[in-house]
Design a protein around this ligand. Sequence first.
Ligand SMILES: Cc1cc2nc3c(=O)[nH]c(=O)nc-3n(C[C@H](O)[C@H](O)[C@H](O)COP(=O)(O)OP(=O)(O)OC[C@H]3O[C@@H](n4cnc5c(N)ncnc54)[C@H](O)[C@@H]3O)c2cc1C
Length: 448
Amino acid sequence: MLHVAVVGSGPSGCYTAQSLVQLDHEVHVDVLDRLPCPYGLVRYGVAPDHEKIKSLQGALCTVLEHERVRFLGGVTVGPGGVAAARLRELYHAVVYCVGAAADRRLGIPGEDLPGSWSATEFVSWYSAHPDAVDGGFLRGARAAVVIGMGNVALDVARMLVRGVAELSGTDMPQAALDTLAAGRVADVHLVGRRGPSQARFTTKEVRELGALPDTAVLVDPAEAALDPAFRDPSGLPGPLRRNVEVLRAWAGRPPHDAPRRIHPRFFLRPVELTADGAGHVSAVRFERTAPDGHGGVTGTGRYEEIEAQLVLRSVGYRGVALEGLPFDAASGTVPHRAGRVLRAGAAAPGEYVAGWIKRGPTGVIGTNRPCAKETVTSLLADATALAERDVPADPLEGLRAEGVDPVEWAGWRAIERAEAELGASLGRHVAKLPDWDALRAAARRAAT
Ligand SMILES: Cc1cc2nc3c(=O)[nH]c(=O)nc-3n(C[C@H](O)[C@H](O)[C@H](O)COP(=O)(O)OP(=O)(O)OC[C@H]3O[C@@H](n4cnc5c(N)ncnc54)[C@H](O)[C@@H]3O)c2cc1C
């Protein structure tokens, strides 16, 4: 009988555990997470107003409640927690599903000015991630620039213009709800360095912008038409063509106004963030780009500024090296072959990866399911050799000997109850607990 540790309880960790118990009728799986709460970015990334996607937590919950799966929250693997090498001694196999939580940087002057944030920081704050800081994101901001043209850029743009009536039904923490409700951001500029046919968002998500109450989406037809495929999208693959059709419909509308406005902007490459007299970001300077004929863009030497008191950078995620595991800094992933971790080019028996740390930060939640299955297939092909290793009967004792005191499933359930109670006390359905102390206190209630 194999005892497997899965590190990370996001989609890839849960799908790995699910595949393991489905394909091997004896295996026992411990799903470890540094947070006391499961589900990774489904809880701490997916936008709160995307309730249907959030409800995937129900399916992941069923996995973690399986009789041969055990959730162990509050267990960090790496510095300050359990070393990867020690974990390896406690289990027959370890599958790393730790995601890719760091944000990519623009690498331009002014990027770190007050008022300039990564989308990750903003998302973590409104999602109540316990490591998030309340940066006073909206303080005095009337205009925001969101740099990037992916779904996360759309998420943050949407959150900036949504009103309290739409947000109070979500599980957003109360402080973020109050701040967003009181926000005065009227203009959100969503800026990409390439054209409409190269935007990375999906049609469903971009179309949603057009349905936001009291919000106009304003597309400049002349700017969008710098992209030849905007004028004639018929040759584009279906998903890209549909994106362009949505943008063309907005571009063709007669000018209209609304209390809040979203401005998708194209062919603008950020070159510098500039500050006001107090040192706070006040504008983003862009270079106008043009298609280079090979799917990329080239600078034109013409510049323009967009005024903004809030800048959110959403130009992608990247994985972080985990002490004790090989890492390819260029791709931000752990080198692997069909999920088996490669050390000096050779498969390291007993160590596996799945999800974003395996393939990079791409795809939707469902993409992690076949990814996890591939890894589990490799692991189970190695099972005979893995089972020969001597490991403790219950690795939990070994973990405790390392000084960790895991939050088990009952603790997580107690957190959920506390969030429902807090929500009820605020006249809401659920309000997330936003800090470590509150989460730990709620989890302790399960123990007493
Ligand atoms: C802002 C945002 C919004 C998104 N919205 C959508 C959406 O609407 N629809 C959609 O289909 N996809 C969406 N995605 C993509 C989706 O969230 C990812 O495909 C998915 O979460 C990747 O799963 P994962 O398990 O690899 O990583 P994650 O979900 O990031 O899970 C990793 C887990 O590992 C834990 N962990 C990390 N390091 C350690 C450690 N050292 N020790 C212990 N535990 C550790 C983390 O706490 C976390 O729980 C979104 C992504 C982002 C960033």
